[in-house]
Design a protein around this ligand. Structure first.
Ligand code: FES
Length: 63
């Protein structure tokens, strides 16, 4: 069952075992250079091996 609060759409975060954090729902990502990106769906690296921080580039599959 989906629950909403404050009329904001719900953002879903799902951890993939030994992989990224899947993000579903509109989020604003600000990188370390201060650049902002708005995305509806993305995968955030949890392993630290990606060459495309903060996003998963599949490098976790090579370990
Ligand atoms: S989780 Fe996929 S590259 Fe880190």
């Amino acid at each position: 069952m989906e629950t909403k609060t404050n009329e904001q759409p719900m953002v879903e975060l799902k951890a993939v075992p030994n992989g990224p954090l899947l993000v579903k729902g509109q989020v604003k990502i600000i990188n370390d250079a201060g650049e902002e990106m708005v995305m509806d769906k993305t995968a955030i690296c949890r392993c630290g091996l990606t060459q495309h921080q903060p996003f998963c580039d599949g490098s976790h599959l090579k370990v």
